[in-house]
Design a protein around this ligand. Structure first.
Ligand code: SF4
Length: 457
């Protein structure tokens, strides 16, 4: 703890989003939505700024801060070393309180406590205003926990000053939006449920519509952990939501889902009318032996995958297939089977990532128990592109070599063009120009993720 008694006045609050992507064709990839909502909770009489390392490197700006500035940083596991470096620079500049929250702090607070002044676990929508108040009253605690998974109604409504400051249209390719939060499944490798809880919570529809209109966004990606599950467990809400979104002048939106949405053709049609463009479906594995790890959402049955993809594409919604390699029953052949499946089935885009033993997950606990976690593997390799544990059915070398080969095949310019053009033909001729970029950009993004395999020092 480095909190000093004389810090009672805030000159400015700075919320920092780390990132390793930088700008792509002049814009940062995704807007810092959670920080936008946290910044909106700061009282109007206190200056608040969001600094996003993808938009503009933050190191030099950190050097302009001092002891009356309160710094908050969010971090995923792979970014935690970067955040530690930012914290050091801020300290050297005279900052006395650096608050660290986000996924990694929630999943492994003991890893952050030694160097952060204040650690925030959980959602922070309820604790962040208290931290600001406690800073002013010189009453900060070392740990704030917000894991009550409370009702989302009225939570952290975006303020106009934050919307203006972030200037999403000019600076970001993808505005984000939250509609639901949490997922009742229990996939052994998932961090989302350990951060957002296992109860699916819903934002009031009128708040969603109001936010879209006030932000003046006409497309967005949902931050939801598993929006598709709302089709099954909250069909009335989902129908009302789609009817409300249909009335808005949206160009399109995308979200994560699971394949059982295909069992709801009427809701899918409504979703299309509500401008839903693409579903990112977590099939996870084409290997039926892995179903235990997949929390009941997917069973590795290729026939079912094909039927689901066809049913969704038939209503005019694209399907991005998400697959993970490295489960205990996976061999190199499973990777090539996945490649063949994606090639034959007509997916719009494809993501193939390496299973990653994130802190707080049953998968990591199992690896620790079996002594299969790679020692001294830095957190920056926890990016789903690197192997960080000893797989069961193949050596690390074979896994890496075959993974490289499969990804080179999947993300070759030819295959990206083929999938993109096929997706484009599903749109009426008049919509094709507007959809051209989106048809190729998802695969291009995944190709960049894969490229980190050989770019992380
Ligand atoms: S379905 Fe998705 S969000 Fe839900 S537990 Fe599994 S991986 Fe996590």
């Amino acid at each position: 703890m480095a909190i000093k008694e004389d810090v009672l006045e805030i000159r400015k609050i700075v919320l920092i989003q780390p990132g390793r992507e930088g700008k792509i064709f002049g814009k940062a990839p995704a807007a810092p939505y959670t920080l936008m909502r946290l910044a909106s909770l700061v009282p109007d009489d206190i200056d608040v700024e969001i600094w996003h390392h993808d938009w503009e490197p933050v190191e030099n700006k950190l050097r302009t801060l001092g002891k009356h500035d309160l710094v908050g940083i969010t971090a995923k596991t792979l970014e935690i070393e970067m955040v530690q470096r930012f914290t050091k620079i801020a300290r050297e500049a005279g900052v006395q309180t650096v608050v660290v929250g986000g996924n990694h702090a929630t999943l492994m607070p003991e890893d952050v406590t030694p160097w952060a002044d204040v650690v925030v676990t959980g959602e922070a929508y309820r604790t962040w205003p208290k931290i600001v108040e406690d800073f002013q009253n010189d009453a900060l605690q070392p740990l704030y926990n917000d894991t009550e998974w409370a009702d989302l109604a009225g939570i952290a409504t975006l303020s106009d000053r934050v919307i203006t400051q972030v200037d999403e249209k000019r600076r970001y390719w993808t505005p984000m939006l939250e509609i639901t939060r949490g997922c009742p499944r229990n996939c052994s490798f998932c961090t989302a449920i350990r951060v957002s809880g296992q109860k699916m919570r819903l934002r009031p529809i009128e708040e969603i519509v109001e936010e879209i209109q006030r932000r003046k966004i006409d497309r967005f990606f949902l931050t939801d952990d598993n929006f598709g599950l709302a089709f099954a467990i909250n069909p009335d809400y989902t129908e009302k939501l789609f009817l409300a979104l249909e009335k808005l002048p949206l160009r399109g939106w995308t979200t994560q889902a699971e394949m059982m949405v295909a069992k709801y053709p009427e809701l899918l049609k409504l979703a299309r009318r509500a401008h839903l463009d693409k579903l990112f479906i977590g099939f996870e594995s084409v290997n039926p032996d892995n179903k235990k790890e997949l929390g009941g959402k997917s069973k590795g049955h290729i026939k079912q995958y094909e039927e689901a993809i066809k049913a969704i594409q038939q209503v005019g919604i694209g399907v991005v297939g998400l697959f993970v390699f490295g489960f205990d029953n996976d061999t190199p052949e499973v990777m090539w089977d996945t490649w063949k499946f994606g090639k034959n089935v007509g997916l719009d885009s494809m993501s193939t990532t390496v299973l990653t033993p994130y802190p707080g997950t049953p998968f990591r606990a199992q690896l620790i128990q079996e002594d299969r976690l790679m020692p001294n593997k830095s957190w920056r390799y926890y990016d789903t592109a690197h192997v960080t544990y000893y797989p069961k059915q193949m050596t690390v070398e074979v896994f890496e070599k075959e993974y490289d080969k499969v990804c080179k095949a999947i993300y070759s310019p030819f295959r990206i063009a083929q999938r993109g053009l096929r997706a484009l033909t599903r749109y009426p001729l008049r919509r094709m120009p507007a959809k051209a970029f989106g048809s190729f950009s998802t695969d291009y993004g995944y190709r960049r993720t894969f490229a980190w395999r050989h770019a992380v020092p």
